[in-house]
Ligand binder design. Structure first.
Ligand SMILES: Nc1ncnc2c1ncn2[C@@H]1O[C@H](COP(=O)(O)OP(=O)(O)O)[C@@H](O)[C@H]1O
Ligand SMILES: [Mg+2]
Ligand SMILES: [Zn+2]
Length: 360
């Protein structure tokens, strides 16, 4: 533990202190909870784009008075004035939304999301990231583990340890298979992250996004937390998103959730590249027989109904699970297998999509 503290600061406090605070959160010590909040609160200024809603209201009221008095007209009776008021109102509303700030030196952000946990988001994110970096265009790729409750990138990418700080006090990502990675799992013990709530989660994610030396990157792949809650919504609002990859299994229940996720991303104008159907068919490692354990073609149906492309079909294969557990992604260890090919195909589609997207 002694090696943990002296190099690194998280949310403005030394990691060793943070670790202690997180520990005492588990045991429910109030003052430590406050001290984490306090430290997280100090990162406020980095969030950017926040507008004080109260001052907006005041300005709007003042504008109305100003318009009415200078124009010398009754606003309700004059359509021009009413129109101008509506414009002002819209402008103020827009100011109230979180501002989308690009990440310095990062050309594209791609989210890997699902409405549900355990469908294979992290496995997809890892293999997609590596496949993108090994594609013809040999893109420079980063991988952000935004699942602060259950970070799995450290294990899947076979990485551990604490990030060093650069001269700007930014954390230097840990690198494996040519991918720059950042995860809450590098900063706190695996069992500790789950006690975070609400604002703390958001500010933790802000740190992982903004206080990291990502540059230069062509693509930052984000392994999203499961679901469509506040954290997911804020991430998709605070970053300019080039594309979203939705992951689902063919089961009805997972499909319902992915529908919800699609609605959320559509609402915040984050373009959905398509759906990856994961674990659709089980391929027997002995005789290569395919069986459709979770039903067949569920995602195909959903894709059609929602008007989204089906961009991949990854079989349920023992090697994918095994190699994930070993921290050696299948696209690295068996790039020529049909399982890995499925990921390379997805990467190709994503790369094509990115080439057509205007950079932020
Ligand atoms: N196509 C697949 N074939 C076999 N196992 C898989 C496949 N995709 C994911 N898994 C396994 O399923 C479990 C959950 O996957 P994970 O990527 O962690 O899901 P999520 O990030 O959505 O919670 C892991 O043990 C993983 O190795
Ligand atoms: Mg995961
Ligand atoms: Zn068999």
């Amino acid at each position: 533990m002694a090696t943990f503290g002296h190099r690194l600061t998280v949310a403005g406090m030394p990691a060793v202190c943070m670790l202690r605070s997180v520990r005492s959160l588990v045991s429910g010590t109030q003052s430590c909870q406050n001290s984490i909040r306090h430290a997280m609160g100090r990162t406020r200024s980095t969030t950017g784009g926040q507008t004080n809603p109260r001052s907006c209201v005041t300005t709007l009221a003042t504008s109305r008075r100003h318009l009415c008095s200078t124009g010398g007209v009754n606003a309700a009776a004059n359509p021009d004035t009413e129109k101008r008021l509506q414009e002002l109102r819209a402008a103020h509303m827009a100011r109230g939304l979180p501002k989308q700030d690009a990440i310095d030196g990062v050309r594209h952000v791609v989210l890997v999301a699902s409405g549900k946990g355990g469908v294979g988001k992290s496995t997809t994110a890892v293999n997609l990231a590596v496949a993108l970096s090994r594609s013809e265009k040999s893109l420079s790729v980063g991988l952000l583990d935004a699942d602060v409750y259950g970070p799995s990138i450290p294990r899947l990418m076979s990485l551990s340890g604490n990030p060093e700080l650069d001269n700007n006090n930014h954390m230097i990502p840990l690198v494996n298979y040519g991918i720059k990675c950042m995860s809450m799992g590098f900063l706190v013990e695996e069992s500790a992250a789950v006690v975070w709530r609400g604002l703390m989660v958001m500010q933790g994610i802000q740190r992982l996004v903004r206080q990291v030396a990502w540059s230069p990157l062509d693509v930052l792949v984000v392994d999203m937390p499961p679901g469509t809650g506040d954290a997911q919504l804020s991430i998709s609002q605070m970053l300019p998103i080039s594309g979203v990859v939705l992951v689902t299994t063919p089961q009805d229940i997972a499909l319902l959730d992915v529908r919800r996720a699609n609605t959320m991303f559509t609402k915040v104008n984050a373009p959905v590249v398509g759906i990856v159907q994961n674990m659709s068919a089980f391929i027997c490692p002995k005789c290569s027989h395919r069986s459709h354990i979770f039903g067949e073609a569920g995602a195909e149906r959903l894709a059609k109904e929602e008007g989204i492309a089906l961009i991949g079909d990854v079989p349920l294969h023992m090697e994918i699970r095994q190699m994930s557990d070993d921290g050696t992604p299948i696209v690295v260890t068996k790039p020529d297998s049909p399982q890995a090919k499925a990921y390379f195909n997805i990467a190709e589609t994503v790369a094509r999509h990115l080439a057509a997207v205007q950079e932020p």
